[in-house]
Design a protein around this ligand. Structure first.
Ligand code: NAD
Length: 370
């Protein structure tokens, strides 16, 4: 099967679903369920492939194990272009997908929002399957804990705080640059500025705004809302969004697109700490170069796990307050564990985080090759 590497961990099950009358086609890849039912979002894109869904499912396997949640790794995909049909047709397609996966959700698979799939679609899936536990990211009225509460950004903030302490940097004396001002970037900026850090640069798809004396968080939020971009924040110097990686800031937080630092740009990076809010913001080889240069990197599947921890609290029927408490508890424990082991083994946090996740899975896995 194209794009799938069957290895020591999985994937255990691959579902292909098709409804010829509606033209609905999709997949669910359940990578590994040693720790619990496979958990991961469902994306809708015209060119989504089973290979892409598999690699995302594998990332969820590591992320859930590292977060110490009773979830395995999985992901879903619906091959459709939402711009090519009416909202009513989209609903029908989502409903058909839900009917097709009813036999596996929530026993083996628990869905969540991803590209072009939000709380409305999660409500359709839960209703069609007839079980609220089949998906997370549902509307509040159905017991959902939406991403808009800032769970991922809060986790990124906590990871930053702990990593800064480990690096003997005081947050209130540190400067921060944040790439992206969406769900993750906004909340990371909010909690960091509340903790006294100085946000000196923020970017979005239109460009980057820089001020060595600091940008005001409330003003940034208002400017983004009113004008559509952070670059209109005053006072500030407008830079190309690419320039964010080389501004004078102690901490760099990628929270938008993949692959933001190339190997020939490693020399330009001034940050001493990088906390990866987005997924795969830096290729492994480039991370290794940065690590050699002395930059501490908190890897994506640890730093941005606040979102999936929140999903677990929703799955258990917990409240917003319980969600924030659990993110705090889990981030504190897991970030500390990774940093301690990284120090002891003299290996990068990413290598150590993989090792911990793998060990947790192998301990409970009767299908894995040991
Ligand atoms: P979002 O769509 O809410 O925001 C993305 C932001 O990135 C926007 O502000 C956009 O303007 C900006 N952007 C786009 N292109 C850019 C560029 N070239 N330079 C700088 N900024 C640019 O997305 P999000 O939910 O904040 O997710 C961001 C990343 O974090 C993604 O990789 C996502 O997969 C990952 N992630 C998100 C969550 C979550 O809970 N939202 C959880 C885990 C991982």
């Amino acid at each position: 099967m194209e794009g799938i590497n069957f290895d020591d961990f999985g994937p255990e099950k691959i579902f292909q679903v098709y409804n010829p009358r509606l033209g609905m086609r999709g997949f669910v890849v359940i990578d590994n369920t040693a720790l619990g039912p496979g958990k991961g979002g469902i994306r809708m894109r015209p060119d989504v492939t089973v290979g892409e869904v598999f690699s995302l499912a594998r990332t969820m396997t590591w992320k859930n194990a590292l977060a110490d949640l009773p979830f395995g790794g999985a992901k879903g995909g619906i091959v459709a272009d939402e711009n090519a049909f009416t909202p009513q047709k989209k609903e029908k397609i989502v409903e058909a997908f839900a009917k097709a996966i009813k036999s596996i959700a929530p026993e083996y698979y628990i869905g969540a929002p991803d590209m072009n799939m939000g709380e409305k679609e999660m409500a359709i899936i839960a209703k069609t399957i007839g079980n609220k536990k089949a998906v997370t990211g549902k509307p509040k009225s159905m017991g959902g804990l939406p991403h808009e509460l800032g769970s991922t950004g809060y986790g990124v903030f906590l990871a930053t705080k702990m990593a800064a302490e480990y690096k003997k940097m005081s947050l209130s004396e540190s400067t921060v640059a944040i790439e992206g001002f969406g769900n993750v970037g906004v909340f990371a900026a909010k909690f960091l500025s509340e903790a006294g850090a100085k946000i000196v640069a923020v970017s979005d798809s239109k460009g980057c705004i820089y001020n060595k004396d600091g940008l005001n968080f409330e003003k940034l939020e208002k400017t983004k809302l009113k004008t559509g971009s952070v670059i209109n924040h005053t006072p500030g110097q407008i830079l190309k969004n690419k320039e964010l990686i080389s501004v004078n800031a102690d901490i760099l937080i990628p929270a938008a697109i993949p692959n933001i630092i190339h190997s020939d740009e490693v020399k330009d990076v001034k940050a001493k700490l990088i906390v990866e809010g987005s997924n795969i913001p830096i290729k492994f080889e480039v991370e290794e170069m940065l690590t050699k240069k002395g930059v501490l990197i908190i890897p994506d599947f640890l730093a941005n796990s606040g979102g999936v921890i929140s999903s677990y609290v929703e799955y258990k029927g917990g409240t917003e307050k319980e969600m924030f408490k659990m993110i705090e508890r889990k981030m504190e424990k897991n970030v500390a564990l990774v940093l301690e082991k990284s120090d002891k083994l003299k290996k990068s946090p990413r290598r150590v985080a993989y090792k911990i996740a793998k060990e947790r899975i192998l301990e409970k896995c009767d299908t894995c090759k040991i």
